[in-house]
Design a protein around this ligand. Structure first.
Ligand code: P6P
Length: 333
């Protein structure tokens, strides 16, 4: 019997990894494994469409806006369709929250899980060929499968997640996820149609020298953020901001650093959405040894008030996040 403490070799396929991890959990019944496979499959389809984006008529806006009042890109809508179709067909998720849909979708099946997803974050970068991503959170339903679902059932705090992850459609396409037992990264090999374990047990350095923020909003940042930026400049840190959350997050996860989207004049509550952006990345970063807060509260402890709620996000290397929190505490006086 193989010793489960033996790390799986680099090059293990996603399917084999999921099966191996499932075997380690006494009560695993396979539904979560299948849900992860369904997400990975949809990611392959979206990856193919993104890679053709420059060649066929799917770049640009479609002339409509989503619930956020943001210009919907053609690939936003396509990605939403692909993920909802894969999740509906898979049958493991019974409730879907999507950035692209105003209300949650109750599939009225017997799925045990609820998924919150940003099908394609950073989509405005599509036209300029900058990396973009999919972000997802997985929760258990709080009501019995098949029963009706209320908004209260859906608005669960991030600490209730059973899994979370992202797909990064970049120079290579990656799937990075956690089920609460560490973070593992898989690189997609399109010629084989397989994801291979390429980044086992990902951990973020406790400290870093990279800070990611849109400096253009400097004058409307809270004083604590402005002070922190000054401190970074004095220490000679590097400012790295791609303007695509998953890409900035992934770099900081690998190298150390902090991503900040605080309240601004344009977005007084912050820009990023709690349910399908912040919670997933907060679960991942804590599993990788980092931290995620609003600057004053731990992201995973926030009780959501509505599906598309925005919150400030400070996320990355623990020592850097704590330095920002310290400045906010000082600001409170
Ligand atoms: P700004 C993309 O729209 C996004 O949601 C994130 O991917 C990204 O980090 C952020 O917004 C960029 O926002 O205001 O700096 O352009």
């Amino acid at each position: 019997m193989e010793d489960s403490r033996i790390a799986l070799p680099i090059g293990t396929t996603l399917d084999r990894f999921i099966k191996k991890k499932q075997d380690e959990f006494q009560f695993a019944t396979g539904e979560l494994s299948q849900l992860l496979r369904d997400i990975a499959l949809a990611g392959k389809v979206v990856n193919r469409e993104i890679n053709k984006a420059g060649l066929i008529n799917i770049v640009g806006a479609i002339g409509s806006q989503n619930i956020q009042g943001e210009e919907q890109q053609k690939l936003d809508v396509l990605a939403n369709i692909r993920f909802i179709r894969a999740l509906t067909k898979g049958g493991e998720a019974s409730v879907i929250i999507s950035e692209e849909d105003e209300e949650f979708t109750d599939l009225q099946n017997n799925g045990k899980y609820m998924i919150a997803i940003d099908p394609l974050d950073g989509s405005s970068n599509i036209d300029v060929n900058v990396s973009i991503g999919t972000i997802f959170s997985i929760y258990r339903r709080v009501t019995p499968p098949g029963s009706s679902v209320t908004l209260d059932d859906v608005l669960q705090p991030g600490r209730e997640q059973v899994a979370a992850g992202y797909l990064l459609y970049g120079s290579s396409t990656m799937l990075v996820y956690t089920t609460g037992h560490g973070v593992n990264g898989f690189t997609y090999e399109p010629s084989l149609g397989e994801y291979f374990l390429s980044h086992p047990n990902m951990e973020i350095p406790r400290d870093g020298k990279v800070y990611s923020i849109n400096d253009g909003s400097y004058h409307s940042f809270p004083p604590a953020i402005r002070t922190y930026i000054e401190n970074c400049r004095e220490q000679g840190f590097s400012a790295r901001y791609i303007g695509s959350l998953v890409a900035d997050f992934h770099r900081n996860l690998l190298k150390g650093g902090v991503y900040m989207y605080p309240s601004t004049a344009k977005d007084p509550k912050g820009k990023l959405r709690l349910m399908y952006e912040c919670n997933a990345l907060a679960f991942l970063i804590e599993q990788a040894g980092g931290s995620a807060s609003t600057g004053q509260e731990r992201i995973l402890d926030l009780q959501p008030e509505d599906l598309h709620q925005r919150v400030p996000l400070i996320i990355g290397s623990t020592n850097m996040v704590e330095a920002v929190e310290e400045l906010f505490r000082g600001q409170e006086g």
